[in-house]
Write a protein that binds this ligand. Structure first.
Ligand code: NAD
Ligand code: DAU
Length: 347
């Protein structure tokens, strides 16, 4: 099999590339990534010389380039992760999200459709999406695969739109697709603009921990490797035209998560108990902030036998260990454009 993974230099994509190289040694893995601020080839330095791996630097917004690429490599399967992925950036610049997440996805769908020429035997377009397409929950209830789409942020709206186009290509042109919608991931190699790595970095540097609003927003956290395992399982055993929700069965209010992280960091850095908690600073809320996300992952559990493999406490501890052991990675990604973004967001 020739497998194209888009966005493979990003946080989740790099875990997926690494896992696929391991479990499909007879397949060739092509990683297409534009290397935006969030893409980093250092995330894959341990596997970059694998004989069944090829990195291709390229932009999914470039339709003719994609057409040539599909023609040259004759991909059998596509796993599409490339996206603008940060809600706060989407609030500041929605157009970039429509461009990459909607138009970029359409460009990929068109290239697949045109090169596969309606002979779809053993072909697959697997689209990786998010629980944010479902909008927000109240105090109770869970997102199921049948929950109506109700996106609130420009990021969520762009991902919802891309999901609709994937489904429409399945219905209209018969393109074989699967979609999965996952909850919040955490783990190694996550760019430090998202909550957990941002706060780890700020604690290391004794900087304020900017908690939005009252901190009582709830997210359902999943260790990134468990997401990658779920993707591999769906890739191998998922049913075409189906959606699978993936989640951690692990809801945390932001403020409780931050306090747990502070305790773990104090212990690992041998700092005085509660010293990191003193950095907690309540700041202006995110506009349109979704109150609560929580996934019902019963379908993937029952049909495919998937379950998260680590508890949150284990995963968070592994994550902190990784960031402490990879301070050079952190320094490299927090230099340059990240500093400008940080000033714009928090000063
Ligand atoms: P990320 O921002 O870390 O990585 C995105 C990758 O896509 C980067 O390597 C970037 O260089 C690449 N990319 C961006 N624009 C591109 C373009 N125009 N052409 C080619 N490559 C481009 O994101 P992530 O957190 O790893 O998320 C990956 C996917 O999973 C996204 O589709 C996201 O919506 C989805 N998702 C993420 C989470 C999460 O918690 N992080 C949860 C559910 C779903
Ligand atoms: O639910 C899946 C989604 O999770 C993915 O689709 C997105 O790609 C991913 O970025 C993530 O979105 P969130 O907006 O939930 O993640 P983020 O880490 O930005 O924020 C998590 C929560 O923490 C959210 O309620 C906002 C809050 N927050 C975040 C930051 C960056 C703060 O309170 N302070 C902060 O500085």
């Amino acid at each position: 099999m020739n497998i194209l993974i888009t966005g493979g230099a990003g946080f989740i994509g790099s875990q997926v590339v690494r896992l696929f190289l391991e479990i499909f040694p007879k397949s060739h893995i092509y990683n297409l990534d534009a290397l935006t601020y969030a893409g980093n080839l250092e995330n894959l330095s341990d596997v970059e010389t694998s004989s069944n791996y090829t990195f291709i630097k390229g932009d999914i917004n470039d339709a003719p380039f994609l057409m040539n690429l599909f023609s040259k490599y004759q991909f059998d399967k596509v796993i599409h992760l490339a996206a603008e992925s940060h809600v706060d950036r989407s609030i500041k610049d929605p157009i970039a999200f429509v461009q990459t997440n909607v138009i970029g996805t359409l460009n990929l769908l068109n290239a697949a459709k045109s090169i596969w020429k309606d002979d779809y035997s053993s072909k697959l377009f697997y689209h990786i999406s998010t629980d944010e397409v479902y909008g927000t929950l109240g105090e109770t209830g869970l997102f199921t695969e049948n929950t109506s789409y109700d996106p609130n942020s420009p990021y969520a709206a762009s991902k919802a739109s891309s999901d609709h186009f994937v489904r429409a290509y399945g219905e209209t042109y018969g393109l074989p697709y699967i979609i999965s919608n996952c909850s919040n991931n955490y783990g190694p190699n996550q760019f430090p603009e998202k909550l957990i790595p941002l706060f780890i970095n700020n604690i290391i540097e004794h900087k304020p921990l900017p908690v939005y609003g009252d901190g009582n927003y709830t997210r359902d956290w999943l260790f990134v490797k468990d997401h990658a395992f779920a993707i591999a399982l769906i890739f191998e055993k998922g049913k075409l035209k189906e959606t699978y929700n993936i989640g951690g069965f692990n809801e945390w209010k932001n403020i409780d998560l931050v306090k747990l992280l502070c305790d773990i960091m104090d212990e690992k850095l041998s700092r005085k108990r509660d010293s990191s908690k003193s950095l907690i600073t309540y700041v202006k809320d995110r506009p349109g902030h979704d109150k609560r996300y929580a996934i019902d992952a019963t379908k993937i559990e029952k049909e495919l036998g998937w379950k998260p493999s680590v508890t949150f406490e284990e995963g968070l501890s592994l994550t902190v260990d990784w960031y402490l052991a990879n301070d050079q990675w952190l320094k490299n990604v927090t230099s340059g454009s990240y500093q400008e973004y940080y000033k714009k967001m928090y000063s």
